[in-house]
Unconditional design. Structure first.
Ligand SMILES: Cc1ncc(COP(=O)(O)O)c(C=O)c1O
Length: 489
């Protein structure tokens, strides 16, 4: 809140700071003409490169980093994203040269330790999910979903039942669910939520049939509610011949307590870059590990880490009906290392405590703000909850977007807004287990205070950021993210 005016001024680009002849190092003059090194056709005279000193560059990027907001700076209650602290131990392990200097293509005999970790992580995730086998190749949750749906498709085709092309998707689903179903050529059958914010079981019963490939469900769902009729739903889908896919991106609420495999799911993905502590965001790198029951194992991607008869480990590609590769190499190893370290350092009790505290923290905030921001489905939530600013909008003209922007002035990253789509003026709040009671109290105070502030102040927030509100229509229609030199240069 005590930002300086200079904090709000735009930072000139490196091109603006560039001065002819300035340099960050001294290099010997190349001997002879450039053609000695490159064919004349490849030489360019017009490449606009910056000319800067080392100190210019260091200060530029340090300044930029200070304008950023990250989980290491404060609460990041971005619902659905599980922005939790990544214990530094994980970073230290992932950065060990013994791991970071490995090459993905080096012979198995020379990287048995790494293979051991990958192998044990496959097994640990299978155990945590209540599944039988795991692939660590997918690089994101969405790619995990794609892998899972390709496995379901391969399974039906293999059984000579290719007409099964319908995927049931709840209306509360994360956008990646229908998008993925569409991407793999499945037809989406939308299933409504009931008055309790859960999947409507009767609608599932009415929707299944001989064309049902399966159903995608998130548990707990995106409203932060546990799908308590999951076994009944799985039974309906299975008796119609379909398979159950679990979007396990919300595992932070149930890890160590409940297992999708025991709920009737046949395949699931984990977001290792959420539940298992690599921070989520920025487009990667991530790991959307996919776990399956025995029936889907023959279709998993290859290679995978396998123990041979003599006890050594190897990359195996012996799955008869594999859907093929999902990643150029074996996946994002650094994310796997963090997940492995996290799982091993916490152990079963520690993982259970993660879920318990994540749920406790979410409920603590829920109760602290619910008088001002009524919760869409008012009951005990799981790791997150969805509140609504509808009443505030009616009474004082303050909308969800205004609250999100104003929270930045209080020093917080805003929660997820306007999602899930079925809640008007939605504010989706997920504090995660790593926050203290003092942090939660301060956040509750900020949210409640904003609701009482002068609407003019809130409408024009943020007041402490270099960029205030962008014209979203203009930004969508005339996206301009490329720096161009001023016309007279
Ligand atoms: C419920 C849910 N499903 C799927 C995803 C997609 O994961 P990713 O962003 O890694 O593709 C997310 C992302 O946060 C999510 O919250």
């Amino acid at each position: 809140m005590t930002k300086q005016k200079s904090d709000m001024e735009p930072i000139p680009t490196l091109f603006d700071k560039s001065r002819p002849g300035r340099t960050g190092g001294r290099y010997p003059e190349p001997s002879g003409s450039a053609e000695r090194y490159l064919p004349a056709s490849e030489l360019r005279e017009d490449l606009p490169l910056t000319e800067l000193s080392e100190v210019d560059v260091t200060r530029h990027f340090t300044l930029l980093s200070q304008r950023n907001y990250g989980i290491d700076m404060g609460l990041y209650p971005l619902g659905s994203c599980t922005m939790k602290h990544n214990p530094r131990l994980n970073e230290r392990i992932a950065a060990m040269p013994a791991f970071s200097e490995l090459h993905p293509s080096q012979p198995s005999a020379t990287c048995q330790g790494a293979l051991q970790i990958i192998f044990e992580l496959q097994n640990a995730l299978a155990e945590i999910g209540g599944m039988d086998a795991v692939t660590l190749q997918p690089a994101a949750g969405a790619q995990g979903e794609m892998t899972g749906l390709l496995l379901i498709r391969a399974y039906h085709r293999h059984r000579n039942d290719p007409k099964r092309t319908e995927m049931l998707v709840p209306d509360s689903a994360h956008g990646t669910n229908p998008a993925t179903a569409n991407l793999v050529g499945l037809k989406i059958v939308k299933i409504p939520s009931n008055s309790r914010g859960r999947v409507d079981v009767d609608a599932v019963r009415a929707a299944v049939g001989p064309n049902t490939a399966g159903m995608m469900m998130t548990n707990p769902n995106t409203l932060g509610l546990f799908e308590d009729q999951i076994e009944e739903i799985a039974g309906i889908v299975h008796s119609a011949g379909g398979l159950m896919y679990c979007d396990g991106a919300n595992m932070n609420a149930i890890v160590g307590i409940a297992r999708p495999g025991d709920m009737g799911f046949d395949v699931m993905h984990f977001n290792l870059h959420k539940t298992f502590s690599t921070p989520h965001g920025g487009g990667g790198p991530g790991c959307g590990a996919v776990a399956v029951k025995e029936v889907l194992k023959p279709f998993l991607p290859v290679p995978y880490a396998k123990e041979t008869e003599d006890g050594t480990l190897e990359w195996a590609a012996d799955l008869k009906h594999s859907i093929g590769r999902l990643h150029g190499t074996s996946g994002n190893f650094a994310v796997m290392l963090r997940a492995y370290t996290y799982i091993r350092s916490l152990g079963p009790d520690g993982l259970r405590a993660v879920a318990e505290n994540a749920v406790l923290n979410a409920n603590y905030i829920r109760v602290g703000v619910e008088k001002t921001y009524p919760v869409a489905y008012p009951e005990t939530c799981m790791h997150e909850f969805v509140a609504s600013a509808s009443e505030l909008k009616k009474a004082r003209g303050i909308r969800t977007l205004d609250i999100a922007k104003r929270l930045m002035d209080y020093g917080y990253h805003p929660p997820t807004v306007y999602f899930p789509l079925i809640v008007p003026e939605a504010l989706m709040i997920e504090p995660t287990e790593t926050e203290t009671r003092e942090t939660l109290d301060a956040f509750i105070d900020a949210l409640n205070k904003i609701a009482e502030e002068d609407p003019v102040l809130v409408h024009s927030a943020p007041h402490t950021m270099p960029v205030t509100r962008v014209d979203e229509v203009e930004a969508a229609k005339r996206l301009d993210v490329r720096w161009m030199p001023p016309a007279d240069e």
